[in-house]
Each structure stands twice: as C-alpha cells, then as structure tokens.
Design a protein around this ligand. Structure first.
Ligand SMILES: [Zn+2]
Length: 128
C-alpha cells in the first residue's frame, strides 16, 4: 500500500500526494523546488542535536522555546533571523518521533501550527 502523505526532508511539513508524482512517489523527498534547493546542512543537523540536548537536560515533560535552541546555535546578532530554520528542524524532529510541538500545552500539527510554539520530548528518548 502506498503512503498517502510524507514529510518533506527540508521543511518538515506534510507533502500531499499529487497526480504528477504517480510514477515516482517513492522517490519524492521534498515538497517544492525551494526545499529541494535547501537540503539539510551541518548547521541544520546541529540545530536538531541542540534541540534534543536542551530537552534532555530539562526535567521530564519540560518544554523549551525554539528561540533557546536558536540562541545556543547562533550569535546574539543573528539568532532571530534563524528562527524559521529552527522551526523547520523542530518539524523534522517530530517526523523522527523525537519531539512534539505544543501550543498552550496541547500537541499541535507541525505542518499547520502558526504563532509561538514550545517543544517537548516524546517518551521515546532521542540520542543524536
Ligand atoms: Zn518542504
């Protein structure tokens, strides 16, 4: 059976099946040309590791703001500019089953969440 949706390897959002992908769906990894052109860099992998590490250092069930990861990876001058990148990393970690994205203490859909989010470890421990 074919999966009807996948997660984009760059932005972490859901890729909806389209007819044009009928013959190559198994190979589809990115939701758009833009994402295809922005594959994960070492910095993106570092952001993922930092998010998991920050959460592992907290009490069980505690959450972090994505800005904490941004500040840990980037300089004081640049971290605000990198917030979208951190949110992308968070969505990829949701796809990997390592974290959840929450708003007002409720788990939300990573693809559609707008506004401030908090990140939380799933019960499965992540070791990156
Ligand atoms: Zn994408």
């Amino acid at each position: 059976m074919r999966e009807i949706q996948k997660i984009c390897q760059a932005c972490g959002r859901v890729i909806q099946w389209r007819r044009k992908w009928e013959k190559c769906w198994d190979e589809v990894k990115y939701c758009s040309q833009k994402c295809r052109g922005s594959k994960r860099s070492d910095t993106d992998l570092e952001i993922e590791r930092v998010i998991v590490r920050l959460l592992q250092d907290r009490a069980v069930g505690a959450t972090i703001c994505p800005s904490e990861a941004a500040r840990a990876v980037f300089s004081e001058e640049s971290w605000r500019l990198e917030m979208q990148r951190v949110r992308k990393a968070a969505r990829r970690l949701v796809d990997q089953g390592l974290i959840l994205i929450c708003q007002r203490a409720k788990v939300v859909d990573p693809s559609s969440a707008k506004g401030p989010i908090r990140l939380k470890l799933t019960s499965k421990k992540g070791f990156l």
